[in-house]
Write a protein that binds this ligand. Structure first.
Ligand code: SF4
Ligand code: SF4
Length: 242
């Protein structure tokens, strides 16, 4: 056996996980499409029930064509309602993190007060972060940032200084997040009064229309699919096409 076959590298392992997670998203998408089809079919059959004895059904198109026409709207509704239920989270903001404009907050000066608690927030990594393989994610909850079980901080936060040990490559949300109006962090930022430290850091501070979230999530999955395909050094294997 060649030496190269003896060990699986972290990059190999994470690429395999990405394939599996993408397969999970594909299956979920198919189930949602099927649900949209059932809703469209039920609506159409209900609409075709003759209003009175001997009356003609009002739609002359085939049931199949009518279902095809309305499936798009139903799918959008179902995907939006499904928002947040997926086991695989991806950063949906898009864009290049290195082009993001960082929020100007004097963190080094404030860390003795805030204790860098923004680094206890849960958030998802982007395809760009996954491709770089430098920021760690939780294998049990892909692709949320990996946190230490000892103190709940991101594994890249220095446990003593609370500084980011991976500052140059930190994810996009770490660059653009603004803690000043976040009441999980500050009671009053201007007066430098931090919130109580035992606040549970749950949820996403960014509120978006659920349809917009569903649309952006679809785009994030598409980016992930493209990146995995692009990662094959000799092109996508034949059996993966179509
Ligand atoms: S909580 Fe705010 S001030 Fe403190 S480290 Fe995070 S971003 Fe900087
Ligand atoms: S990557 Fe850095 S800035 Fe982002 S949560 Fe982790 S320690 Fe904080």
């Amino acid at each position: 056996m060649a030496d190269d076959d003896r060990y699986v590298t972290r990059a190999d392992f994470e690429r395999t996980l990405r394939h599996l997670n993408l397969a999970d998203l594909d299956v979920r998408n198919l189930v949602l499409k099927l649900a949209a089809q059932v809703v469209a079919l039920t609506d159409e059959l209900t609409r075709r029930m003759p209003p009175a004895e001997n009356a003609e059904p009002e739609n002359a198109a085939t049931v199949e064509a009518a279902v095809d026409d309305s499936i798009g709207d139903n799918f959008l509704d179902i995907r939006a309602a499904d928002d947040g239920a997926s086991r695989v989270a991806l950063d949906i903001s898009g864009g290049d993190k290195y082009a993001a404009v960082a929020v100007a907050i004097p963190c080094a000066e404030l860390i003795p007060l805030c204790q860098g608690r923004c680094c206890k927030l849960h958030f998802a990594l982007s395809t760009q972060d996954l491709d770089e393989g430098l920021i760690r994610f939780d294998y049990g909850k892909p692709y949320t940032i990996r946190q230490r079980s000892s103190d709940g901080y991101c594994v890249h936060s220095d446990p003593t200084t609370r500084a980011c040990t991976t500052h140059a490559v930190r994810p996009q949300i770490c660059r653009t997040y603004d803690c000043r109006e976040d009441n999980r962090i500050w009671i009053d930022f201007e007066k430098r009064i931090p919130a109580p430290f035992d606040v549970r850091f749950q949820g996403d501070a960014v509120k978006l229309d659920r349809y917009e979230r569903a649309r952006l999530r679809g785009l994030a999955v598409w980016r992930e699919q493209s990146a995995i395909d692009d990662s094959y050094p000799d092109g996508v294997p034949k059996n993966k096409e179509g």
